[in-house]
Design a protein around this ligand. Sequence first.
Ligand code: NAP
Length: 641
Amino acid sequence: MRKPPDAADITADDAEIAAALASATVGALLPAVAQLTGDLSVLRPDLQPDPDNIMDPQAGLSAAQVAEARQLALDTLIAHREAGNPAAPPPDEQALRTIMAFVVGERNVDEYFGLLVEELAPGGADLRAPEWTLDEVAPDRSMRVAVIGAGMSGLLVAHRLRQAGVEAVVLEKNPDVGGTWFDNTYPGCRVDVPNHLYSYSFDPALWPQHYSSQEVLREYFSDFADRNELRDVIRFDHEVTAMRWDEESALWHLDVRATDGTTDTVNANAVVSAVGQLNRPRMPDIAGMDAFAGPAFHSARWDHDVDLSGKRVAVVGTGASAMQFIPEIAPEVAHLDVYQRTPAWLVPSPDYHDVVTDDQRWLFEHLPTYAQWFRLWLFWRTHEGLLVAAEADPDWTGGPEAVSQLNAMVHMVLSEYLKAQFDGHDDLLAKVMPHYPPISKRVVRDNGIWARTLTRDNVELVTDGIARITEAGVVTADGVEHPADVIIWGTGFTASEFLMPMAVSGVGGADLHATWDGDARAYLGLTIPGFPNLFLMYGPNTNIVINGSIIFFSECETTYIVESMRMLASSGNAAMEVRPEVHQAFARRIDDANATMAWGVASVNTWYKNAKGRVTQNWPFSLLEYWRATRTPEPSDYDLR
Ligand code: NAP
């Protein structure tokens, strides 16, 4: 995976710079120029993007303003080059705040400064690295943490623990790193959060696409593991089947089974579960599924040995996964039946499949700090600002397809997009138009490919429910049998069955799954009463629906876990167990808040709710709130012993 080069002098000629600037984002360009030259006067108020205007790609700037900003940047960069590239001193805090205000607006700088400076990582600084080592805090103490999973979260926490001098042993059921980016190899699999944001804050890369493919993401995490020598501490092909807390020794004992059938026990002072939420395929319960004569597989277990060309294929499901692979396989197959139960709202994203052009790449490679400011720009525009559109207005009387005036506006914009996409295809439009509030269910990114796919002659969108599967195909509720050679289940994951199928026993032998009783909860998504020194990453209620990248949450959780190790080490305690009343108060707050969000109010099917109807997945508050809550554990929240 290519890394951005270190800042270098600008040597390109005027035409090359001008060509690159023609693709620059003003909200990142002028901050980068200001930092490079130390001339903050380029941050002209009349050229400032509107930080609240997140719908418009230019954030409210007119074409003339964009052109003027680029010309100003060009003139300034040429003058800088002609002057011999004089190095401006790194901005002090006041200068940083001034530049940041250009991106996020002055009123947000005070509130968000600490968070934003970490996300910005000025000068490539790794501001989330632990500021302590075990040697310094407790020189006579050893600490070993077992991390379950070597995906995005597990690699991160293992890296941070090792930076703090805490031993990490990572147990990974797969033969390689990557987690979801290892498991999902279906055609068209790609990240749907902008890649310059979907990356560790401290580890930028030169992304080939704005939303790169699964292979690229897998390579990024693989490369991260290599550079940080994490493979040395990962036991691949080892699955944790059970774990037990031993109160007397204050140790977790983990039963591990290798793919060759051998078993082992690993002891650790603490355990981090980094197994993800979306990794165990959910197979539907449809009569006759076993009778089907042809190949059938789930999207996350794609069978690449099955040649789809010239076949009649049935795809069940139209979630984020299916909507990525259906357009890829449609041109290849003879006929495709797409079984849709609930249509998704599509969010227009024209650059979804675009490569990063050479001119854009020039900016990332040659304009120092452009990549950092671009990340901050994306962070601001795709994070907090969107959450408000999901908030339900208790006095809303505008009908069940929206939850507030703002949500209704989003409904209107997205409806218009669908109408334009399916213009001239009224039958299809009626089928793909959702009738539930936007953001109550996962919205799916689209660059026009969904309509192009569904309007193909060899594709049929079937919206009659599935009655049963036969040897030869799918029978719908109207009694029609649709012949199929292959069935692909795009039916999602058992997201609310956290930590399954591991058997987890805590204090007094209490069984975690019995304790949860199908309704998983954890304080801050991280810790559970009765299960000391056990930390969950991407645990209950830490999924974000609309505002941001899950990597942000993993970085916050990692900070909390690493600081928990410091709290144990520095206090001389062996165990920390969250107090039940703290956990309960948090659970009440979460439930109350989720009940005021689109996904809590709407009755549409989603994986955000568990079988009991509670929203087990989502974080209803701001990212700032999670960041603040996870800076460090509050000792009074825990029974330390
Ligand atoms: P999903 O969103 O849960 O979608 C499952 C689909 O299968 C839905 O359309 C569902 O219909 C349908 N379905 C389930 N059981 C069915 C049945 N018995 N009969 C008919 N249809 C049935 O799963 P997913 O698409 O794998 O996505 C899960 C999550 O993974 C996403 O929301 C996203 O967070 C993540 N993801 C991310 C990316 C990315 O970043 N690029 C890509 C893929 C997935 P209903 O809607 O009616 O339940």
